[in-house]
Design a protein around this ligand. Structure first.
Ligand SMILES: Cc1cc2nc3c(=O)[nH]c(=O)nc-3n(C[C@H](O)[C@H](O)[C@H](O)COP(=O)(O)OP(=O)(O)OC[C@H]3O[C@@H](n4cnc5c(N)ncnc54)[C@H](O)[C@@H]3O)c2cc1C
Length: 532
C-alpha cells in the first residue's frame, strides 16, 4: 500500500505543510524536468531533506519535448567534444542496463550518397571510436540493397549504402516520472504547479524561495540551506535576481508525428537536409514515425508552450519528400507535432544555432546554484555537478550508485503473456507495474488500439502521479495525445470515467478540462492555425 510520502500525489498535504513555513529544508530544487528530477534523486539518496517545485507539470518543459534519444551524440565527436560524447555513451549504457523497457537500444542508419563527406571509411573510423568509448561493437556498413529492403521507397539516386550503429530511445516524460518516483521513494518531496516566484535573501545570501500555488493562488515562503535552480531554458530568470548576466540562448526544435503505415521505418534513419546539410532523424516511436528536428532561435516567449511554425513544417516535409518521393507525404498525413526549447548556453559570438555547444554549466551566485544546458542523456552527471556545487564534495562519494532500484518482479509475474510489453511496463513503473493490474477496471489492461499504452496506466497515473489537468494525463503521463489521431479525442469517454473515479471531477470540471486540452492540443501539438 502506497503512503502519501512515497507518492507524487500529495499536493494538498505538501502544500499545507509548506504554507505553515515551519521547516528549513536542506535543499530546494526549482524545476521539474530531468535535471531537477535527477538532483532530487541524488539528494534523497544522500539523506538530505529535499523539495522539488515545478511551475507547471512535471516534465512540462523541454524534458517532454526532446527527440527521445538517450545517445552519445555522434556529432559531438565530429566537433571534437570527446569528453561530452564519452560521458554520454557511458551514461547511455548505464541507463540501458538499469531500466530496460524504458530505455531501449535502437539501430541508426546514416545514408551515404555519392559525393557526400564524410564517406564510408571516415565514418567507419568515427563509429569504431564511438563504439569503443561505450565498450560495444555494433557498427557496420550496409549495402544499398539492404537499405532498399529496409526503407521501402527511399530515393535510389546516388545512394551508395549506409553506415549502421546503435544508440537508444526512450519516452522522455516517463523517464522524468520514473526518476521522480525513485526520488520520492527515497524520501524526496515533489510538488507540481508550484512556481518559485522569487528568491528569499538574508545577509546577501539566498536562503529560500517564495512559492506561488498555481492551483489555489496561495503563496508560501520556503526556507532552505541551499537552492538549486534547474530551470533549463528559464534559468536566466531566477538567476537575474542575483546576477544580471544573460547566458541562455533558447533554441527551438520541432518534430512531426506520422502514422507508421505512411512511412514504416524499422530503425532510425539520419538524412542530411538538402537546404543546410543538417542531419534530420526519421525514427519509429510509440507505434508512429517521428521526423525531427529543427534548430532555430526561439522568438516566442517562454510562458507559452512552444509550437511548430509553418517554415518548420515545410523544412521537415522537404527532406521527406526528397528522400521518399513516392510516399508523397504532406500536411494531411501529420498526426501531431511537438516543439521544445533547448536550454543552450550561448557563446559570446552569434553563431549558427546548430554549432552552439550542448554542454551544461553550473553557476553559484550568492548561494543560488543554477544548472542549465546539457542533455537528457547525461542528467545524472549534471545533477551530481549541481549537488557538489550546492552542498560540497561528499556527493562524489556515492556517485556510482544506481539511479533506478533493481526491479525484483519478472515479466512473467505480470498478468500478461506478452513478454516485451511486460518489460516495457517494468521499465516505466519498476516494481509498481504490478499495481496497474491490481487497480485496473474491466478491459483496462488491453493495449489501446495502435499504441502500447493501456487505460490502466491512465488510472494509475491519475491515482498516483499528481495529475492536475487532462493534458498532464494525455501529453506527459502517457503520450496518447501525441500518437493517436486528433489528440486521442476518441478516448475521452473512457478517460472521463477514470478521471471522475480517480480525481473526483464532476461534469463541469470534465467539460472545462476537455475544452482546455483540445484548445492547447490544436495550438501547440498540431499544425499552425491556418492548417488546423
Ligand atoms: C527539440 C529538442 C530535442 C532534444 N533531443 C534530445 C535528445 O534526443 N537527447 C538528449 O539527450 N537531449 C535532447 N535534448 C536536450 C534535452 O531535452 C534537454 O537538455 C533537457 O530536457 C533539459 O532538461 P532540464 O531539466 O534542464 O529542463 P526542462 O525539462 O525544461 O525543465 C525545467 C523546468 O523548470 C520549470 N521552471 C522554470 N522556472 C520555474 C520556476 N520559477 N518555478 C518552478 N519551476 C520552474 C519549467 O517549467 C520546466 O519544466 C533535446 C532538446 C530539444 C529542445
Amino acid at each position: 500500500m502506497t503512503t502519501a510520502s512515497t507518492s507524487l500525489s500529495e499536493r494538498a498535504t505538501l502544500w499545507r505543510e509548506l504554507a505553515q513555513g515551519e521547516k528549513t529544508w536542506d535543499l530546494v530544487i526549482v524545476g521539474g524536468g530531468i535535471i531537477g528530477a535527477g538532483v532530487l534523486r541524488e539528494a534523497a539518496r544522500r539523506g538530505l531533506s529535499a523539495l522539488l517545485v515545478e511551475q507547471r507539470d512535471f516534465a512540462w518543459g523541454t524534458s517532454s519535448r526532446s527527440s527521445k534519444m538517450v545517445h552519445g551524440g555522434l556529432r559531438y565527436i565530429a566537433s571534437g567534444d570527446i569528453r561530452l560524447t564519452r560521458d554520454a555513451v557511458r551514461e547511455r549504457e548505464r541507463l540501458l542496463h538499469e531500466a530496460p523497457g524504458l530505455i531501449e537500444r535502437m539501430g541508426y542508419y546514416f545514408t551515404l550518397r555519392r559525393g557526400q563527406f564524410p564517406g564510408r571509411y571516415v565514418f567507419s573510423l568515427l563509429l569504431a571510436f564511438y563504439d569503443w568509448l561505450a565498450g560495444i561493437r555494433n557498427h557496420r556498413y550496409v549495402s544499398r540493397d539492404e537499405m532498399r529492403q529496409n526503407y521501402d521507397g527511399i530515393d535510389q539516386r546516388g545512394l551508395k549504402g549506409a553506415v549502421y550503429y546503435t544508440d537508444t530511445v526512450t519516452d522522455d516524460a516517463r523517464l522524468v516520472l520514473r526518476v521522480l518516483q525513485e526520488a520520492v521513494e527515497a524520501g524526496g518531496r515533489a510538488l507540481n504547479y508550484a512556481k518559485a516566484d522569487s528568491l528569499i535573501r538574508e545577509d546577501g545570501r539566498v536562503c529560500g524561495v517564495v512559492l506561488h500555488n498555481a492551483q489555489g493562488g496561495e503563496r508560501a515562503e520556503v526556507r532552505a540551506r541551499a537552492v538549486i535552480s534547474a530551470t533549463g531554458a528559464w534559468a536566466d530568470r531566477l538567476r537575474n535576481e542575483v546576477n544580471p548576466e544573460k547566458r541562455i540562448r533558447p533554441l527551438r526544435g520541432s518534430h512531426l508525428v506520422l502514422p507508421f503505415a505512411r512511412l514504416p521505418v524499422p530503425d532510425a534513419l539520419t538524412l542530411l537536409h538538402p537546404a543546410d546539410r543538417r542531419p534530420v532523424f526519421v525514427f519509429p516511436w510509440e507505434g508512429t514515425t517521428v521526423v525531427g528536428t529543427t534548430d532555430l532561435d526561439h522568438g516566442g516567449g517562454l510562458d507559452e508552450e512552444p509550437a511548430i511554425s509553418d517554415e518548420e513544417v515545410d523544412y521537415l516535409l522537404t527532406v521527406l519528400q526528397q528522400q521518399f518521393p513516392d510516399h508523397a507525404i504532406g500536411r494531411g498525413d501529420i498526426v501531431s507535432t511537438w516543439s521544445g526549447v533547448r536550454p543552450v548556453i550561448g557563446s559570446e559570438k552569434s553563431r549558427d544555432p546548430s554549432k552552439e555547444r550542448r554542454d551544461h554549466a553550473v553557476w553559484n551566485d550568492q548561494g543560488l546554484v543554477t544548472v542549465s544546458g546539457g542533455k537528457l542523456t547525461t542528467f545524472r552527471l549534471i545533477a551530481l555537478d549541481a549537488i557538489n556545487a550546492a552542498c560540497g564534495e561528499p556527493a562524489a562519494k556515492v556517485a556510482d550508485e544506481r539511479v533506478f532500484s533493481a526491479v525484483t518482479l519478472a515479466p512473467a509475474e505480470l498478468d500478461t503473456t506478452d513478454e516485451s510489453w511486460a518489460r516495457r511496463l517494468l521499465g516505466r513503473y519498476g516494481d509498481r507495474a504490478r499495481e496497474l493490474f491490481d487497480i485496473a477496471g474491466p478491459g483496462e489492461t488491453r493495449p489501446i488500439a495502435g499504441t502500447l499504452f493501456c487505460l490502466a496506466e491512465c488510472r494509475w497515473a491519475a491515482r498516483h502521479e499528481a495529475v492536475v489537468h487532462l493534458d498532464d494525463l494525455l501529453l506527459r503521463r502517457t503520450r496518447l495525445g501525441c500518437i493517436v489521431a486528433r489528440g486521442a479525442e476518441d478516448l475521452l469517454p473512457e478517460l472521463e470515467t477514470i478521471c471522475r473515479e480517480e480525481l473526483g471531477w464532476d461534469s463541469e470540471r470534465w467539460r472545462s478540462e476537455v475544452a482546455r486540452y483540445l484548445a492547447l492540443w490544436r495550438r501547440h501539438y498540431y499544425l499552425p492555425s491556418q492548417d488546423a
